[in-house]
Design a protein around this ligand. Structure first.
Ligand code: MN
Length: 235
């Protein structure tokens, strides 16, 4: 007789579903994919050595299980000596599709959150130089500490308001959501022409200027007006 396991029908125990918490409920938001937008604030594009003109947006992905729900700690990752903070607005989708029109795109949004796109900048820079993919710089374990999602029913669709990050009470990044080169509906529409978007997909919408390194013991405090705060200690 073959022993039965809890994971009946699978050769291995299936991996846990990646989730984010939702403010005001014990129910969880199940994460499908994590799309990230590069250089979506002009001042950040300039600080990274690029032209801030409205070029087509570009995307990379993190792994769903790189998200850390209700994160309070960010363990300094292996293989890097230059880990940077990027504070970002997270968009969580409740529906998707292909070729979504800009004017229909916000109907797909379940809610918004505050997230950090933590980046092993030294590895990313090396990959950029070599024209190689960014995954080793971006898609590592626990690389996206995130707060609870605020449903649209509570916060609407924030597109104007402060977004900032402090380290040990000192402001490091500061911008406004209205400085996003590609707005949330445009990003959803463009992504839907490249991929089939699905309920559970999330989008990290880019970071304002002021990115820089973190060190162990740093207290990071991220804020997006109308959405919330995220407090994470680097351990
Ligand atoms: Mn980013």
């Amino acid at each position: 007789m073959t022993a039965r396991t809890d994971a009946e029908g699978y050769v291995l125990t299936p991996p846990a579903q990646a989730t984010l918490s939702v403010a005001g409920t014990a129910e969880l938001f199940p994460v499908h994919r994590v799309y990230c937008v590069g250089r979506n604030y002009a001042a950040h594009a300039v600080e990274m050595g690029h032209d801030p003109d409205k070029e087509p947006p570009f995307f990379f992905q993190k792994n769903p299980d790189n998200l850390v729900a209700d994160a309070s700690e960010f363990p300094y990752p292996k293989a890097s000596q230059d880990v940077h903070h990027e504070i970002e607005l997270l968009v969580a989708l409740k529906s998707g599709g292909e070729d979504i029109a800009v004017e229909d795109a916000l109907d797909c949004v379940y809610g918004y959150g505050v997230s950090l796109d933590m980046t092993r900048r030294d590895l990313q820079s090396e990959m950029k130089k070599l024209g190689r993919p960014w995954e080793i710089g971006k898609a590592f374990e626990m690389s996206a500490p995130s707060g609870a999602i605020m449903p649209v029913s509570q916060v609407g669709h924030p597109d104007d308001g402060d977004i900032w990050l402090k380290i040990n009470d000192e402001v490091k990044q500061s911008g406004n959501l209205n400085q996003m080169i590609w707005k949330t509906p445009e990003m959803i529409s463009i992504l839907s022409r490249l991929f089939t978007l699905q309920a559970g997909d999330v989008i990290l919408t880019g970071t304002p200027s002021g990115v820089g390194p973190v060190t162990r013991g740093d207290r990071l405090h991220g804020h997006v007006a109308g959405v919330g705060d995220l407090h994470v200690t680097v351990s």
